[in-house]
Design a protein around this ligand. Sequence first.
Ligand code: SF4
Length: 483
Amino acid sequence: MSLVNNDANAPLPSKFKPYTRQTIHQAPQWARMSEELREAVLVISHVLPFRTNEYVMNELIDWDNIPDDPIYRLTFPHRDMLAADEYALLRDLVLSGADEQAINKEVMQIRMRMNPHPAGQMTHNVPMLDGVPLRGLQHKYKQTVLFFPSAGQTCHAYCTFCFRWPQFVGMDDLKFDAKESSELVAYLKQHHEVTDVLITGGDPLIMSTRALAGYLEPLLVPELSHIQNIRIGTKSVSYWPQRFVTDKDADDLIRLFEKVVAAGKNLAIMGHYNHPVELRQEIAQKAVKRIVGSGATLRMQAPLIRHINEDPKGWAELWTTGVRLGAIPYYMFVERDTGPKNYFALPLAKAYETFQAAYQLVSGLSRTVRGPSMSAFPGKVAVDGIVTIGGEKVFALQFLQARNPDWVRKPFYAKFDPEATWLDDLVPAFGEKRFFFETEQDEVEEHKHGHKVVHMLERHDARIAPAVAHGAPDGRTVVGGRA
Ligand code: SF4
């Protein structure tokens, strides 16, 4: 097990120092990168967001192992994240000093090809208050509302695979953010079926404790007693654990957590850990202890990503260490269908094998983890197994969460496909024409759009003609898996 610290004598950074495309050349490690690696950073960061920080660079990346180091892959763009022709075109524009307009035109074309808002987030999950859509909120599952505070829409570093990438690159019309919590509170007062609020980003813990309190404290009022669980999604546990330990308002943050817990809420910190190296650092372990010591819970989740965390032993180490420190393994996700998906995606069959192998390596206390799970348009779908039934090899699937609660934990089956990487690559098993949930979903969509929708079987056939795979060039609406 390696504990990466490139200079054991260097003090741990205590003041947050980010690096972006404009400043990365100032980092001492820039000199250790080849021309090709530097070029990829400078070119691709026009399309996808790039931001890292001194702690990630000094403590988490092993610079003797770049570009294969997993945290390097996680935070630094690689040329294969774009199609070869796209990369070549953009490189020529950037290196020749083309004007901004020409670069932006090409950049936008590439971004729109990358499915910037998967799973119908912009069209299907936006709630209304008195007939007005609420920017900065999403309500997909009955019990849970997502809230995107405007001050929490950046991160301590950006992950190269992140499905929220459009939020970080100024695609304003595709951006979620809420300036204040008054609309959230008003909405929740009208929705007693909601028990959980997930405060998410970006990373809400990029905010000062004071700013965060401005969003959390209004949720503690007696009129919102139906809100039982407040979740905060964060990667600061890995990218900047100082947030909980040595930042000047770290103690205030822990006190804020205690206050939420004392108000009778379950405060769940949804910690995003991709690789065991993130939890090998002493300060990262202290952060876990402090979070758990406040009475909050810490759940561990992350997607399985090619080049970064394919090794089941790594997952087992991550979950086992987390459990020892008091955290709860929660989800292994399947990498979503957006951004440089082709670079990061693994077949569902491989995802299942990895999950199963990791699961077999850990004790029962770590087996709270679920997966591999796809956060797809109809809901969170887990691959439960690969089995042969009546002579047909199939994926056994189930909804862990769904737009319609009646679908949850209903087993269903898809033909085994060794290449499939997402739900809408799959077709029903046993000669069925459609998955059980598609009929109801199609009816809703047809009512909404007033024209025919394309269901999964048609789309699967259309994979041979990829022109229809990522949108609806003929005006039809595509539903079922990727939206
Ligand atoms: S920290 Fe989370 S929101 Fe931020 S880039 Fe990484 S995955 Fe995305």
